[in-house]
Design a protein around this ligand. Structure first.
Ligand SMILES: [Zn+2]
Length: 125
């Protein structure tokens, strides 16, 4: 009798975990817009022949920097009109990664649940 209650509560938890996982996975349907890296703004200064730079103002330059294993980095210069799009894509990458991580945690939980359930069954006479 007591065993039945434990099993049904485990099933509830399992159902909840599966529902939550599938809901999260549905959010990952569109990965097309993701972009990894970080956005930096640099100032460029011309050494001569530029009045703006002579006044010490310089020109802002947006750069996407992307790190790779082994400490390598790639830098991509951006036009200022690309910046909003890049910002959005970086946000999407971050969200995607967090969702992926949450799904992985739920699957890990389900794996542990499977193991505990099979242990319970072994214990039964
Ligand atoms: Zn200049």
């Amino acid at each position: 009798m007591g065993g039945d209650i434990i099993v049904s509560s485990l099933l509830m938890t399992r159902e909840y975990a599966i529902r939550k996982r599938d809901k999260l996975a549905a959010q990952l349907s569109s990965a097309a817009g993701v972009l990894r890296g970080s956005l930096l703004q640099r100032m460029i200064h011309h050494s001569s022949g530029c009045r703006k730079c002579a006044r010490g103002e310089g020109h802002p330059l947006w750069v996407l920097t992307v790190g790779y294993p082994g400490g390598k980095t790639r830098q991509v210069s951006l036009r200022s009109e690309q910046v909003p799009q890049v910002r959005q894509a970086l946000r999407q990458y971050h969200q995607f990664k967090q969702t992926l991580e949450a799904i992985s945690e739920l699957n890990q939980f389900l794996l542990r649940l499977d193991r505990e359930e099979s242990k319970d069954q072994e214990r039964q006479p």
